[in-house]
Design a protein. Structure first.
Length: 366
C-alpha cells in the first residue's frame, strides 16, 4: 500500500548511521491501569449493537486484552454492575411512552389522532390511557421479538464459522470475503485450520469503528477454550472479522526483520510509548518512539514518528498516560524500513490505519 506522502516527506534527509551498536533495553515493569470488565450478556442486550454512539471506542474491552491475546488500553472506565437486561427493559418502557406522547402531539397539531379528539372527560382520558398501554405493550413485544431473532442469528453465525473445516466453509461467515480469501489461504497454509464446537457467549460489548457498528464477544467453546471474536452488524446480519480472529499478519515478525522491506506493510501490533533511540532515529532529532509487539512472537520492533506532525499528535492521543503509568493500544500500523538503514529493528511509522485489529471498512474499496 502506498505511504502517505506528507508523512514520508517528513523523513527526507535522514542520515544513515554506519556504525552504532543497538543494545537491548531492560526496564522495570510499570503498572497498567484498570481494565474494562464486561459482564455476561442477556440475549436482549446482545442483540442491540445499533444502539451505540457514533464515536470510536476509547478503551479496548478486556476480552481483547493481553490476557485474551488482544490489548487493553489504560484509563478504562468503570463499568456498571447493574444487570444489562434492565437497561433493555428501561429502553422499551421509554420507547413506548415516547411513541404514545408523540402520537398525541401529532393529534394536537394536525387533528389526525386516530383515537379521536383530545379527551373532554375522565372516560375519554381512560381510553387514552388504555391506548398508551397498548402502544407500550406492542413496542415492548416487538423489541423483544427482534432481540431474540437477532441473538439466534448471531449464534447461528458463530456456530457455522467456528465449526467450519475448510476455507470455503468459513468464508461464508466473514467480512470482505473476496479480499480475505487469499489471506485465509495464505494463513492456513502456515497454520492448519481448526474447527470448534460453539457453546455460549460469555462476555460482550458494542464497539463503533468509524461510526460502523461492531460487537466484541468472548465466545466459549465446548472444548473449554475462549476466543475473542469481532462481528460487524451489516444490513443482512452479522459477519465475523476473520483477520482479528487469527491476528493475521501479511508477514511474520521474524521474517519482517530478516527481509527488511522498504515498501509499506500493515502490521497488527501492540503499541506503547518507549524511549529507545538509536541509529537513524536519535532522540535529539525529535522523534516519538513506539514499542511494537505482536501475538505469537517475542520479537520487538521500534517504530518512529517525527514530532510536530499530525501523525505524532494522533499517536499521543492514543498512547499518552499519566506519569508513572503506561498505556497500550492495539493498532494496525503502516510501517517500512528506511532504504540503507543499519538499524536492525527500527522502522518508520507512516500511518495509523486502525486503532483496533480490524479495518473499519474494506481497504480495497477506499
Amino acid at each position: 500500500m502506498p505511504a502517505d506522502k506528507d508523512t514520508e516527506n517528513a523523513f527526507d534527509g535522514i542520515r544513515i548511521v554506519e556504525d552504532s551498536e543497538e543494545e537491548e533495553v531492560i526496564r522495570l515493569d510499570v503498572s497498567e491501569a484498570g481494565t474494562l470488565a464486561m459482564g455476561k450478556p442477556s440475549k436482549e442486550v446482545m442483540a442491540m449493537p445499533k444502539m451505540m454512539g457514533e464515536t470510536d471506542l476509547d478503551e479496548v474491552p478486556e476480552i481483547f486484552g493481553p490476557e485474551s491475546e488482544w490489548l487493553v488500553t489504560a484509563e478504562a472506565k468503570e463499568v456498571t454492575s447493574v444487570p444489562m437486561g434492565w437497561f433493555f427493559l428501561l429502553f422499551a418502557v421509554l420507547g413506548g411512552v415516547l411513541i404514545w406522547a408523540f402520537s398525541q402531539r401529532i393529534g394536537e397539531v394536525e387533528g389526525t389522532l386516530e383515537a379521536g379528539p383530545l379527551p373532554d372527560s375522565m372516560i375519554d382520558q381512560e381510553a387514552y390511557d388504555q391506548l398508551g398501554q397498548s402502544v407500550f405493550r406492542y413496542n415492548e413485544a416487538k423489541l423483544m421479538e427482534d432481540a431474540a431473532r437477532d441473538y439466534d442469528e448471531m449464534e447461528e453465525i458463530l456456530r457455522g464459522f467456528l465449526s467450519a473445516k475448510t476455507v470455503d466453509e468459513r468464508l461464508k461467515y466473514v467480512r470482505h470475503p473476496d479480499r480475505v480469501k487469499p489471506l485465509m489461504l495464505d494463513h492456513y497454509r502456515r497454520f492448519p485450520i481448526q474447527s470448534y464446537q460453539y457453546k455460549e457467549v460469555s462476555e460482550y460489548t458494542t464497539i463503533p469503528l468509524k461510526k460502523r457498528p461492531f460487537v466484541a464477544l468472548s465466545v466459549r467453546m465446548a472444548e473449554g477454550k475462549n476466543f475473542p471474536i469481532l462481528l460487524e452488524d451489516v444490513e443482512k446480519g452479522y459477519l465475523v472479522d476473520w483477520e482479528s480472529f487469527v491476528s493475521y499478519q501479511p508477514i511474520a515478525f521474524e521474517d519482517y526483520l530478516k527481509k527488511r522491506p522498504t515498501v509499506p506493510i500493515d502490521l497488527r501490533v501492540y503499541g506503547s510509548f518507549d524511549e529507545f533511540y538509536a541509529y537513524e532515529f536519535p532522540e535529539e532529532d525529535g522523534y516519538l518512539c513506539v514499542r511494537m509487539t505482536a501475538k505469537h512472537t517475542d520479537k520487538v520492533i521500534f517504530g518512529y514518528v517525527k514530532k510536530g506532525t499530525t501523525l505524532a499528535s494522533e499517536m499521543k492521543k492514543h498512547l499518552e498516560a499519566p506519569p508513572g503509568r503506561s498505556k497500550t493500544q492495539p493498532f494496525i500500523l503502516r510501517v517500512r524500513f528506511l532504504p540503507g538503514s543499519k538499524a536492525p529493528r527500527s522502522v518508520v511509522i507512516d500511518k495509523i490505519v486502525s486503532t483496533f485489529w480490524a479495518y473499519p471498512t474494506n481497504p480495497d474499496e477506499e
